[in-house]
Design a protein around this ligand. Structure first.
Ligand SMILES: Cc1cc2nc3c(=O)[nH]c(=O)nc-3n(C[C@H](O)[C@H](O)[C@H](O)COP(=O)(O)O)c2cc1C
Length: 168
C-alpha cells in the first residue's frame, strides 16, 4: 500500500476513452474477508452534483455486483499493458466458479478497508452515490436496446464519488 501516493484531481492526466475503453479496468469490491473483481471497458469519469465521479454499468449476473452492492465503496484499478491478459481473464471467468484473484497472482491490498490491487498503476477509490437500472423504455435510440440487451440483462448504472486517486 505504501507504494501508492495520493494525487490531486488537477494532476490526473489521462484520456478516459483510451484508459477505460481500450486499456480496461478492474472493478474491485468486497471487504478484508472476501473480495471479487471483474473487467470493465464501459464507464465514465466526470462531474455530477458538484462532485468528481465515475459511472460504471454492471450487469445483474456479475458476481462482483454482489460485492459492489454490499459495500459503500469499491475501487477502479488500472494497469499497464503487461497485465492485459490478466484483465481478459478477469473478464471471461466468474468469481462464482473460480478464485480469480488467487489464480491471477495479483495481490490485494486495502485502502481504508477498500480492496485494490498492488500491481495497479492507478486506482480510483469510489464511494457510491446513486444506482439505477437501465430501463428499455428510456432508450432514445432503441437500436441500443436490441443490440446490447437481447437477454434483458440490463446494467445497473452506479454513479460514485471519487474519494481518492492513488498512483505508484
Ligand atoms: C473487455 C471487457 C469489458 C467488460 N466490461 C463489462 C462492463 O462494463 N460491465 C459488465 O457488467 N461486464 C463487463 N464485462 C464482463 C465481465 O467482466 C465478466 O462477465 C466477468 O467474468 C464477471 O466476473 P464476476 O462474475 O466474477 O463478477 C467485460 C468483459 C470484458 C472482457
Amino acid at each position: 500500500m505504501d507504494k501508492f501516493k495520493i494525487i490531486d484531481f488537477k494532476d490526473l492526466k489521462l484520456n478516459p476513452f483510451e484508459k477505460i475503453g481500450n486499456e480496461w479496468m478492474l472493478i474491485t469490491a468486497g471487504d478484508e474477508q472476501k473480495q471479487n473483481a471483474m473487467t470493465a471497458s464501459w464507464g465514465a469519469l466526470g462531474v455530477m452534483w458538484g462532485k468528481n465521479v465515475t459511472f460504471v454499468g454492471i450487469r445483474p449476473q456479475r458476481y462482483t455486483k454482489e460485492f459492489v452492492d454490499k459495500n459503500n465503496k469499491f475501487s477502479l484499478c488500472f494497469f499497464d499493458k503487461s497485465h492485459k491478459k490478466t484483465l481478459s481473464y478477469f473478464g471471461s471467468v466468474s468469481g462464482r466458479n473460480e478464485d480469480k484473484i488467487k489464480t491471477s497472482g495479483l495481490n490485494v491490498v486495502f485502502n481504508d478497508g477498500v480492496p485494490m490491487f498492488e500491481e495497479a498503476s492507478l486506482v480510483l477509490v469510489c464511494k457510491k452515490l446513486y444506482k439505477q437500472e437501465i430501463k428499455p423504455e428510456c432508450f432514445i435510440d432503441p437500436t441500443l436496446d436490441s443490440k446490447w440487451y437481447a437477454n434483458h440483462d440490463y446494467h445497473d448504472l452506479y454513479i460514485s464519488e471519487i474519494e481518492k486517486i492513488l498512483v505508484k
